[in-house]
Ligand binder design. Structure first.
Ligand code: 5AD
Ligand code: SF4
Length: 432
């Protein structure tokens, strides 16, 4: 989502006549997009701003702007701490970045950060420069922004605001424009795509997520459709059925589990338990036996004891995720769990993370090795003099033996026989 926001801001800046340069020393404007999902991301911003201080002293006319979730969350307080900031751009103001920068030039210290409940996501059509930079094989389309779930650990509802869904017609128009430009794969993007269609203050036509998926899947020319992220509590049977019914809907689900312990899930306010999650995965596999599954895991949530962590490891053994993103719990200001008792020691969090990641790596390797000998369709993303790679429908990165790859280019679909597999990628030969 942040990468997508950066892409949007870069386009607006280019259209306003700004040019990219290769170092901060050459720049008149430095725009930093930020993430605040864990404290580490926030620390990166503070150290970057610290490093920019001498430059700002030397060239006081330089404009330093901070956008994204950290900007949204701290607003004026961030500027008080770091007075070199000339402009704070909230998460709902990225489409006005060019005007805001012009205004900040006249009046440094501008803070554009209020979250508006009736916010509407505008249509964004990439121009030629954005297409060149972002590629024309696989692209993101935002279908909703914000989140109403208030998981106890999560800052997103505070930094991206309450859920708003885009109108169906706007989404279809944006996808169609990308398809007209030759894009083969679309990923529909939202913090919680399953609750698409529940909230949009401006009216207009909305529908539930499965209907949206069917409408997008039916657009001519769309070879691959994906979506992210799904909340297990909202993954309906109607949605799961789409995997059996829509041939271009890719067999991969990213379904964040967060913890394998029912007690922790409850304190996290996730509103499902182990049994619910296991039942969902069983059902998904009934609809698509070749379904790949990835997840997010947090270790060391407040009060997580050895038995809770063992329950997470047990879910890993049962579910054998193809891949997972796992994190040490990080206190975020304003969230419910920041005030929970029984915080876990950093060292124990680190040990648990290592145990989880080591086992996940073994499982990923075993699962990847099971593809050896199979013929898979790869959408090529990168082809150059030394390497060639793309993704399977199940979203596995696949490197293709370059000697076997002739007369092919990014965006082509090729059949590949898998000959080898590592933890993070498959390797294969062109079949024809
Ligand atoms: N600490 C650690 N990980 C977090 N995530 C969200 N908030 C926190 C936090 N406070 C993780 C969740 C989420 C992913 C995007 O980031 O696993 O799914
Ligand atoms: Fe955060 Fe939970 Fe919303 Fe995901 S569903 S963005 S973890 S509050």
């Amino acid at each position: 989502m942040n990468a997508r926001d950066s892409e949007i801001m870069a386009q607006f800046l280019r259209q306003a006549g700004h040019k990219e340069c290769s170092s901060a020393a050459e720049a008149d404007i430095i725009l930093i997009n930020t993430c605040s999902i864990r404290a580490k991301a926030e620390h990166k911003l503070i150290s970057l701003l610290g490093a920019l201080r001498p430059l700002k002293k030397e060239k006081p006319d330089i404009i330093i702007a901070v956008a994204g979730c950290v900007a949204q969350q701290y607003g004026a307080a961030l500027r008080e701490k770091m007075p070199i900031i000339d402009l704070i751009v909230g998460t709902q103001r990225i489409y006005q970045i060019a005007e805001l920068l012009a205004a900040a030039r006249r009046k440094p210290g501008l803070i554009a950060g209020t979250l508006d409940k009736s916010y509407q996501i505008p249509i964004f059509l990439p121009d030629a420069a954005t297409r060149r930079r972002s590629g024309s094989v696989s692209r993101f389309v935002t279908i909703m922004q914000g989140c109403d779930n208030f998981c106890a650990y999560c800052v997103v509802p505070y930094t991206r605001g309450r859920e708003v869904s885009r109108q169906l017609s706007d989404i279809l128009e944006e996808v169609q424009a990308l398809l007209d430009q030759g894009v083969a794969e679309i990923t529909l993007l939202g913090q919680n795509v399953n609750s698409y269609g529940l909230t949009n203050s401006a009216g207009g036509r909305l529908c539930r997520f499965p209907e949206l998926l069917r409408a997008v899947a039916a657009l001519p020319g769309l070879r691959r459709l994906r979506f992210t992220t799904s909340h297990p509590k909202d993954l309906s049977d109607d949605l799961m059925r789409c995997f059996a019914e829509l041939p271009n809907l890719c067999p991969h689900v990213h379904l964040p589990l967060q913890s394998g312990s029912d007690a922790v899930l409850k304190r996290m306010n996730r509103r499902y338990d182990r049994q619910d999650y296991l039942a969902l995965v069983e059902r998904l596999l009934q609809y698509r036996p070749d379904m790949a599954l990835s997840t997010d895991i947090i270790v060391g949530f407040p009060g997580e004891d050895e038995a809770d962590f063992a329950a997470t490891m047990d879910m890993l053994e049962r579910l054998r995720f193809d891949a997972s993103f796992s994190f040490k719990y990080s206190d975020r200001p304003g969230t419910a769990s920041a005030n929970f008792p029984d915080k876990i020691d950093e060292r124990i969090k680190g040990e648990r993370l290592q145990v989880f990641q080591r086992r996940q790596d073994q499982i990923s390797l075993e699962r990847n090795r099971a593809y050896i000998g199979k013929r898979l369709e790869i959408l090529l993303e990168q082809v150059d003099a030394v390497s060639c790679s793309g993704r399977t429908p199940s979203n596995h990165l696949t490197h293709i033996n370059h000697l076997s790859a002739r007369d092919i280019k990014p965006g082509d679909f090729v059949t590949v026989v898998i000959t080898d597999a590592g933890q993070h990628a498959l390797r294969g030969e062109l079949a024809s």
